[in-house]
Design a protein. Sequence first.
Length: 317
Amino acid sequence: MKGHNIPSGDLRRIVAEIAAEMAAETDRGTVADYIPQLAKVDPKQFALVISTADGEFITAGDAETHFSIQSVSKVFTLALALGKLGERLWTRVGREPSGDPFNSIVQLEHERGVPRNPFINAGAIVVTDSILSDYEPKEALAQILQFVRYLASDEAIAIDPAVAKSELDTGFRNAALANFMRAYGTIIGPPEHTLGVYFHHCAIAMTTRQLAAAGRFLAFDGQLDPGGSRVISTRMARQINALMLTCGHYDGSGEFAFRVGLPGKSGVGGGIVAVVPGQASIGCWSPGLNAVGNSQLASRALELLTRRTGWSIFAPR
Ligand code: GLU
């Protein structure tokens, strides 16, 4: 099987089998606890959703359960910022994998306040600051939320205020990153404004089904559907996919590319969005994380999915 036009019956069977195998897993990783509100989530949950080119949703597991998307939101803020600023964004944030933990301060000092990429915390805080530029924090946040709702075609998507507060109360390390970058001028606005918006967009709650829907624009070259409404340019969509492949899984990005072979972005809430260009957007979620902070079962499930479907961005077309 080359991975093209897999009959939907076959996809359904593969997705159901993977969900059943994941339900039987005993080693489910560890739920993030550095944001206290996230530590309360039940690790037994799992969901896998594929949103195909023709608009079908193939779902298994807890596909309608809301979870905190955390760093997956960085994909959406990057798309919004690129749409607004274009290439100018790249004067303030780089495009190289970091090889360091997502909240590393050391690297930022070496590189004079310019973060390695938009998916580590420092880089995402810069992206948030760029969206904020001429707006009040509330307005910027409303734009981000509206953008995510538009991508997922779902007006019900909202921020979980308890998670946002939990992170505001404990996000000292992110505050350090923001203040440090303000000193270098990488961040322009007041750090507390930028952090407030950043914590809130990380606290957006979505279901795995909504996440799969929201990833569609990256699967279809910047359009919500093949040949449909354009969200961002083809070039930008491909650039974001390149960054997801190289930087989307913290310092486990190489491993994810090796095992799964698709662009993807994970968050410490246990969610991963991944795309098969031209074919499908995938949402996967399970709250237990591996040692580098990626969902243990979602990573495993995506590996099994690509093996069984033949999906890979490296597959001949
Ligand atoms: N809001 C989280 C933080 O800044 C995001 C972590 C993540 O998902 O990588 O620590």
